[in-house]
Design a protein around this ligand. Structure first.
Ligand code: C2E
Ligand code: SIN
Ligand code: SIN
Ligand code: FE
Ligand code: FE
Length: 373
């Protein structure tokens, strides 16, 4: 028998979301031992992508995976009919066209129960329960799974909405402090999407899971938040900065760290899991692996999220026009990153961006309004 107190104490505590989900999975298995995997995929309306987010269970057929929602007829059907879906024999999907479906079946999962998740009426993702056995999701199991499913959705919503309210507050503060045009809008969309590309490419080497990749994506647009504190006369100077002006400019990383700490504490989010990722991005996106960056951190001292954002940010800065420079071509920007890989930039992160060039260019096409203008 499980101890209810332990379970609920764990859910109320500061555990990271994947551990909370493991915990609910353990509770569920006491009653329905056939549930071998729980997985959450999050929907992003802006890009129509459904992304793997967190999962529990030993086997992970799908992680760091995303797919166009509009390409998944059967998942769309679930939304259309507005009810969860039971598949009691996944063998019928053995030849399915969708990679994710084949992958689930190929990992010997025999049945699945899929629930849509909603917040205030808006669809925001799916919850998957999978089993290695056929025909296990019967009426009595489903009744209980619906309750557990709602608990799981709430855990996911709680975590996502704390993060989103933080990002939204910081963005609001930024625009109220009339952050300058070139730092808003598409620069931030592009650089955060580049950061996500790089993060997913280096994920295996640095043990980043889907959730961490998502946080890097969500937090990277806040890297230059500290520029709020830099005078326009420096920030918008149409020419090269003097040494003294550049020293002033360099304070933007520390100011960013302070702003983030203040926001976290004002919002009562000091305990937000992964707030450290945000802080590291703001503080350390100008470090260099050879120690010549703003705060002199070296190779192993620089957090991976900061190394990723450094490459994403500089690539976009180079390929965009700034008050002080013209936009460079992608070839020229890649060459410059390559030439500084291992000295200024992390080599893996540079290689990752270059390897995913096609997707980089797709991101540029999608968010192009101020790139050359
Ligand atoms: P930013 O414009 O967002 O640029 C971020 C980083 O991209 C820069 O960090 C630098 O590493 C790289 N970068 C951008 N443009 C160029 C370029 O033309 N050539 C090269 N080699 N690298 C480039 P950095 O240098 O630490 O600068 C931080 C911030 O300081 C910049 O953010 C920008 O806001 C400001 N800044 C830097 N140099 C100048 C300048 O000459 N004039 C003005 N007005 N601002 C500057
Ligand atoms: C599909 O992706 O179209 C079908 C498979 C599924 O929803 O599991
Ligand atoms: C998943 O289980 O993570 C997605 C695959 C599916 O069942 O459609
Ligand atoms: Fe910066
Ligand atoms: Fe930037």
């Amino acid at each position: 028998m499980f101890d209810h107190q332990d379970i609920f104490a764990a859910l109320n505590g500061k555990l990271p979301l994947p551990e909370k989900i493991e915990c609910v999975h353990g509770l569920l298995k006491d009653r329905f031992s056939f549930v071998d995997r729980i997985a959450v995929a999050i929907y992003e309306g802006k890009t129509d992508l459904l992304r793997t987010f967190v999962h529990s269970g030993e086997d992970t057929p799908l992680s760091l995976y995303s797919a166009k929602f509009s390409n998944s007829a059967s998942l769309q059907e679930i939304l259309k009919v507005g009810r969860p879906r039971v598949i009691n024999d996944l063998d019928v999907f053995g030849n399915a066209p969708a990679t994710h479906t084949r992958s689930i079946a190929a990992h010997q999962y025999k049945s699945s129960y899929t629930m849509p998740m909603h917040l205030n009426g808006d669809f925001f993702g799916f919850l998957f329960f999978n089993s290695f056995q056929k025909n296990v999701f019967d009426e009595s199991a489903l009744h209980y799974l619906d309750v557990i499913g709602h608990l799981l959705s709430l855990l996911v919503i709680h975590e996502m909405s704390s993060t989103r309210s933080l990002v939204a507050s910081v963005k609001t503060a930024t625009s109220m402090a009339h952050q300058r045009d070139f730092e808003t809008g598409s620069h931030l969309d592009r650089m955060s999407n580049y950061a996500r590309l790089i993060a997913s490419e280096v994920a295996n080497k640095y043990s980043l899971d889907d959730e961490l990749v998502e946080y890097i994506f969500l937090f990277s647009p806040l890297h230059d938040i500290g520029k709020i504190g830099i005078p326009d006369s420096i920030l918008l100077k149409p020419g090269k900065l003097t040494e003294e002006e550049f020293e002033t400019m360099k304070a933007h990383t520390l100011k960013g760290g302070e702003i983030i700490d203040t926001m976290l504490s004002n919002l009562g989010l000091d305990d937000l899991p992964h707030a450290g990722i945000l802080r590291n991005i703001a503080l350390h996106h100008h470090e260099a692996v050879n120690g010549s960056g703003y705060h002199g951190l070296t190779e192993e001292e620089i957090p991976i999220e900061a190394k990723i954002v450094a490459v994403a940010d500089v690539f976009d800065a180079l390929t965009s026009s700034r008050p002080y420079k013209e936009a460079w071509s992608n070839d020229r920007a890649f060459e410059m990153l390559q030439s500084m890989a291992g000295s200024k930039f992390d080599s893996d992160c540079v290689a990752a961006l270059i390897k995913r060039r096609e997707e980089v260019e797709a991101i540029q096409r999608q968010f192009n309004e101020d790139r050359l203008g």
